[in-house]
Ligand binder design. Sequence first.
Ligand SMILES: [Zn+2]
Length: 499
Amino acid sequence: MISSGGKELSKRVLHYATSLRGTKQFWFKQRSRLISMIDCLSMPTVFFTHSAADNQWPELACLIAENPDESSSRSSAVNNNPAIADWFFYERISKFMKTFYVDVLGATDYWFRFEWQHRGSPHVHGVAWLHNAPDIEQLLSSDDSAELLDAAERITAYVYGLVSTMNPGIPADGNNIINSIPLPKIKPHVCNQQYQGINNLEMDLVDLVATCQRHTRCSTSYCLKRKRGKQECRFGYPKPLQQVTTITTQEGEPVVLTSRNDNLLNAYNPVQLSAWRANVDMQYIVSRNKVIKYVAKYATKSEPRSKGLQEVYSTIMKSIKEDATPLKVVQKLLTSTIGERDFSAQETCHLLLMLPLFRASRDFVVLSLDGSRQVTETFEEDKSVTVDSQLDHYCARPDVPEFREVSLLKFVQKYRIPKKIGSALVPRNKDVIVIPRPYCSPDPQGPQYEQYSKQKLMLHKPFVQLDSYLEDVTHMQLLMLLFFSLVMCQNLLLMIFTG
Ligand SMILES: [Zn+2]
């Protein structure tokens, strides 16, 4: 029984694993949410990374170390207090999002995730949408060469003020000899100083760059990968020096090369590094392709050795007894998927403290477009066993000008859904990110394209009668014609008419 319905069973269990924090399925769900966020808010402006200097940070040492001024006392305190060290990092980055990204850089939105590697300290990867950032996609789409030149100037000037790959410790005469690069400041450690107590910010930045921002050691266990028959650093170090910040194209993609006087330097923003006081990274986002790659590679990847459920399922089925109950299989499936990798002490504490694994500046709402409704948790006689869906609430919206012309997408983005149909609609504080379901591929040649187009219509063209969307095909075709005439090409128009 188990083997015949096994694939179906594991698929169903897979759905529940999306709620098990840290599993591959959990990160798949977050990936689709982040991509919806990018679809909805347009391209983010920067990628960022923040690591921990938990053995150095004086604010943490004051909380846990017997002797905060002594390096060995600080590191043993971090080892003995992983819960506090992890909580401190969580609080530090959460506050930093507000004080630096929102208040200094003018971020309107952000998304970031926590990750633990190596000796077990946390770091975050994320993206931020910055106010007043030039719209690179729109600027570079011009056919006019003078406009393009102007666009390139605007973009490079913006990036120059945001991201640096200049080592401030190297004399400005262009004499980039290795002896002139300042040495790391480790006794006392530069990260062991409080930002508020620093008198000379310029000298401090020189020390921070020398200590935290240089990729001085490539190793096979970390960054060296075999490529084209030889060992290469996967981050591309050492990088070529660059006189001025320019924009160019490589393999059809725009690339911004920031001015660089140190071939081992990791990009940073000076205020970000000065205030964070540990290794950071900041990259300007140049294309949608790059951001999608980044999301898959860093932002939402599951930890190594975390297998997918299907894979775990096959392994389990080989070892399980013939007469095992379905419950046993489900239990094994779920426990295996969370137990398939190593957890650091700080990550374990993070999970036990129920701290979030990611943070986003927006809430996400799943919008079912196929007419399905959620089943109620409490069954009462003579009452419906399903809850009114957002679609039901939309169709029953007040017949007043304010709501008549509002699309389904805007309705869900902007209003909280009340418990009962007919109750007053309360606007949300911030628009939510809407995730339409079921997912349909936008590929014009694919089998789901008609369904995809239907979903787009439902989302953007105001309507009242749901039936007209779900059943009335003739009406549907007319509306599709309207939609395609606005956004799609002529070939597709012909296809709809003739097909
Ligand atoms: Zn390397």
